[in-house]
Write a protein that binds this ligand. Structure first.
Ligand code: ADP
Ligand code: MG
Length: 277
């Protein structure tokens, strides 16, 4: 049984998202003993456990190569895992291939998760409108008219209505990322995954994208965010998760993690990226 979805609106951007209310708050996302490796030697998830509540905004931090992107791609179903289980809103949807069961990805659950990547993944041969309506018409069962209507609404609310017929090559980096976010929202996901979405942007464009994410946060969108921007992490996270060596080394509130991390590895990492005086 899915809990009722409550449509909510942003007061100033007017962005419409659905309030993600799971059956039980504590089991919105669960990773259990997840193992993921590439070949023999690269272990990116080593019996990883993670719990996320519907009102959480997890910020994942960790050294380059520690498997942050792999974690998001796995959750999105873009890559398989060797063993373990991932559940979303109380229902398992990804199993490890050697867990004694056939690997299964429940596409209905997967459709409730949206993802935005570091490098713009807009289709260059499609207009902004074409990019936005592609998934809703192909997999979301919407008519072209309905999807176009929704695309107009999202773009208007993101201040991008004049770009409806523009092609990605005619947009700035910040505009492209905002279109990518709008596109991910078109299927009204319950969980959004952001993988370093501002890392490739010029500094003046970072804020416009972060502001969109902060608005989503205000409306209680559940999010998992990978970022190297610790200032942004502090402003958006309900919980900060430090990953290294395929494990979650430490997690806590932004205040705990940034002021007084307990684990030496967390401290060492944060000292490098925070530039303490
Ligand atoms: P992060 O996002 O934390 O930098 P990634 O998840 O991108 O880490 O990568 C973790 C490790 O897995 C790295 O050593 C990377 O080279 C390796 N890796 C990532 N994707 C693949 C792949 N498709 N095939 C082989 N190795 C990969
Ligand atoms: Mg990465």
């Amino acid at each position: 049984m899915q809990s009722p979805q409550i449509a909510v609106m942003f007061p100033d951007t007017g962005l419409s998202v659905r309030d993600a209310a799971p059956a039980a708050n504590g089991n919105f996302v669960q990773l259990r003993q997840v193992c993921k490796s590439y070949g023999e030697n690269i272990v990116v998830m080593d019996r990883m456990n993670l719990d996320m509540r519907a009102d959480d905004r997890l910020v994942i931090i960790g050294p380059s190569g520690s498997g942050k992107s792999s974690l998001l791609r796995v959750m999105m179903g873009l890559e398989g895992i060797q063993s373990g289980e991932i559940a979303f809103r109380g229902e398992p949807y990804i199993y490890g291939a050697d867990a004694g069961r056939t690997k299964r990805i429940d596409t209905n659950l997967q459709k409730q998760i949206g993802m935005v990547f570091q490098h713009y993944t807009l289709f260059p041969h499609l207009s902004v409108l074409g990019n936005l309506i592609l998934a809703p018409t192909k997999v979301g069962g919407m008519s072209k008219t309905q999807a176009t209507e929704r695309a107009r609404t999202y773009l208007a609310r993101l201040g991008l209505e004049s770009k409806l017929h523009a092609y990605p090559s005619q947009l700035s980096g910040g505009q492209k990322q905002r279109v990518a976010i709008a596109r991910a929202l078109m299927l009204e996901p319950k969980l959004m995954l952001f993988d370093e979405v501002t890392s490739a942007l010029d500094p003046e464009m970072v804020i416009e994208v972060q502001n969109v994410m902060l608005k989503l946060a205000e409306q209680k969108m559940a999010m998992i965010i990978v970022t190297h921007d610790m200032h942004f992490a502090r402003s958006i996270a309900t919980r900060v998760v430090f990953c290294a060596g395929g494990k979650i080394v430490e997690q806590g509130s932004p205040a705990e993690m940034f002021r007084s991390p307990k684990e030496p590895r967390t401290r060492e990492f944060l000292e490098k990226v925070l530039h303490f005086d």
